[in-house]
Design a protein around this ligand. Structure first.
Ligand SMILES: NC(=O)c1ccc[n+]([C@@H]2O[C@H](COP(=O)([O-])OP(=O)(O)OC[C@H]3O[C@@H](n4cnc5c(N)ncnc54)[C@H](OP(=O)(O)O)[C@@H]3O)[C@@H](O)[C@H]2O)c1
Length: 344
């Protein structure tokens, strides 16, 4: 499919997904277009040709995609041809090539890790490759550093986590348990709550839909909440703040609760300033790229916790590169448990 022969020459075609027009509300299949791109026949010095094996869909793509451009994102790819000794033929890489199956790329030697750079697959020590886009990848580091550096959880403290059965949230819950916290998790379906309680090992799990949050916190965190890992934004925060302890810490990671609003107008939400102030609460937003300099420390720590059985992993796998839009839509609809991933 990817290599087409004609009588005179061989041309190489990559497939890629382009966003036809800016999303409005929830993404639709008709927002995407699968197009072909002709690749150069020869690699230049320093270049590699890589073929996607696993691709990730992540909530940030809802915000970072641009009309008329290729969808952004990471993938695990196999090097098919190489003119770069650092990335030899046959090796696997993790790269921010976007939603495309074949890529020619010239890695920057010794460059600092950024959103778009590539790196060799971490030594997975037998764990499934796809984990390098999940718990041993960007979402894992988001949960790990976002919790450890901002909430700074201590043993015996109470930690609340939203979107808790997702890629980031399930990591946060389990790092919280490793650190000795009482973990109260929120997710959107019975199956997710069961997984959180039975496998992930949280202390309490609740469906946030229609929940009386104030009553839940009064009953299950009567001592007050120390840490909140906020994946959803919106009104949830208001109820957490009112039930926090003095010097509580909020790690503001994401706001998926408002990514799909129609018209792109982020709704105004209440914020309890007096309680926030009187309780000396701290809220800090972050982008995971701020830990690029210690990126691999995070990945390898998470990998080892998975190997030791301290972190349980679940993936929702969609088959086929052509089904990326569907996988992305299902992620935003909350159909995934654990990391939503696409097998090319
Ligand atoms: N700051 C950073 O650098 C950074 C990096 C990575 C991710 N993030 C953020 O972290 C959050 C989680 O990302 P992820 O990759 O781990 O995705 P994920 O949690 O695996 O998947 C998204 C989940 O969000 C939940 N959700 C969807 N709509 C919701 C709503 N209206 N209210 C509450 N929950 C909703 C759904 O689960 P339910 O069934 O529970 O609703 C869905 O499964 C996102 O906000 C993302 O943008 C931030």
């Amino acid at each position: 499919m990817l290599y087409m022969s004609s009588a005179r020459s061989t041309i190489m075609l990559a497939r890629k997904f382009v966003l036809k027009k800016a999303f409005d509300g929830f993404p639709k299949l008709s927002d995407f277009e699968l197009v072909e791109e002709t690749l150069p026949k020869e690699l230049q010095d320093g270049e590699i040709l890589a073929k996607a094996e696993w691709l990730t869909v992540d909530p940030y793509m809802r915000l970072r995609s641009k009309a008329g451009e290729q969808m952004p994102g990471g993938q695990i790819a196999r090097v098919l041809q190489s003119k770069n000794a650092e990335f030899p033929e046959g090796s696997q890489i993790v790269g921010g090539f976007g939603w495309r199956d074949l890529t020619i790329y010239k890695p920057v030697k010794g460059g600092v890790r950024t959103y778009n750079t590539i790196h060799q697959m971490p030594d997975m020590k037998g764990l499934p490759d796809a984990y390098a886009l999940g718990v041993v990848g960007m979402p894992g580091n988001t949960g790990y550093f976002g919790l450890m550096d901002i909430c700074k959880p201590k043993s015996g403290e109470t930690l609340v986590v939203t979107a808790a059965a997702g890629a980031v949230g399930s990591t946060v819950c389990q790092v919280g348990k490793i650190k000795g916290c009482k973990v109260i998790a929120f997710a959107g379906s019975d199956d997710k709550l069961k997984w959180l309680k039975d496998d992930v090992g949280v202390d309490h799990a609740f469906n946030y839909k229609g929940a009386d949050l104030d009553a839940i916190f009064k009953k299950y965190a009567p001592e007050g909440i120390d840490c909140y890992f906020d994946n959803v934004g919106g009104e949830f925060n208001y109820h957490v703040v009112r039930n926090m302890k003095d010097f509580g810490r909020i790690s503001q990671c994401g706001s998926i609760g408002t990514y799909n609003v129609k018209g792109g107008q982020i709704p105004l939400v209440p914020f309890d300033y007096p309680t926030f102030r009187i309780k000396h609460i701290k809220m800090e937003g972050f982008n995971v790229g701020r830990w690029n300099d210690v990126w691999f420390d995070g990945l390898l720590q998470l990998r080892d916790w998975v190997l030791e059985g301290k972190i349980k992993v679940q993936q929702s796998v969609t088959d086929g590169f052509e089904n990326m839009p569907q996988a992305f839509i299902e992620l935003l609809e909350g159909k995934n448990t654990g990391k939503q991933i696409v097998k090319a």
